[in-house]
Design a protein around this ligand. Structure first.
Ligand code: G3P
Length: 216
């Protein structure tokens, strides 16, 4: 499973890059707002330090506007993926941009039927929002499972990009249920490292190395 990082913060992306932890980046208007800089400049900067795909979301909600904005975003760098909402207009824009060879990420997916429509429209990625489904007391992970079955049943090329990941368990279960990619906030990604027995074991080794006066 690939890891994308869900942030528009270039410092966080650089830090994760030094550990070789990420295969791409996803952003959305809320993350751009948090970063507090010019949208297209942020995307250009992220693309420069990211080898894999970088999702940048349109702000128009009509078909023509999304197509025009998608083409502008795609020109920023060759690894830009145009993020489109899962609406009728979004699917039409997805089909048009796909026909022009532009990669797409259809976002705000909350049902298997929505995902099926995005796959039929030729989406490169479909983004089911796991955490937000859990928020309304429904099982977000079941959606990953259903999408995996549907995409495999019909050999669609669309990749499942598990989004709205909030916990290490979401990451583990997305991998178990066969998501192609998980887009993960930096804190959760670093949190995957944590295990109390690793901390305890390392403390003991450090203490014993001192006691044994080991020098290298
Ligand atoms: O990738 C989508 C993600 O940013 C949404 O996450 O936590 O706002 O539901 P969240």
């Amino acid at each position: 499973m690939k890891f994308f990082v869900d942030t528009a913060d270039i410092g966080e992306i650089n830090e994760l890059n030094t550990a070789g932890l990420i295969d791409g980046v996803t952003t959305n208007p809320s993350l751009i707002k948090k970063a507090g800089r010019d949208f297209k400049e942020i995307i250009a900067d992220i693309c420069k330090v990211t080898e894999g795909d970088v999702s940048a979301e349109v702000i128009a909600i009509d078909q023509q506007g999304m197509i025009e904005q998608g083409k502008i975003l795609a020109k920023i760098a060759s690894n830009v993926v145009v993020k489109l909402p899962l609406t009728g207009d979004g699917l039409k824009a997805c089909r048009a941009l796909t026909a022009e060879g532009i990669k797409t990420n259809v976002t705000l997916c909350f049902s298997a039927n929505q995902g099926l429509l995005a796959a039929k429209a030729g989406a490169t990625y479909i983004s089911p929002f796991i955490g937000r489904i859990d928020d309304i007391h429904t099982d977000g992970m079941e959606l990953i499972h259903h999408l995996r079955v549907i995409i495999d049943n019909y050999d669609f090329k669309t990749q499942i990009l598990a989004a709205s990941i909030r916990t290490p368990l979401h990451v583990r279960d997305s991998a178990i249920f066969g998501a192609d990619v998980a887009t993960v906030p930096p804190a959760v990604l670093w949190g995957l490292l944590n295990h109390p027995l690793t901390t305890k074991g390392l403390d003991q080794f450090v203490e014993d190395a001192k006691a044994a006066d080991i020098k290298i």
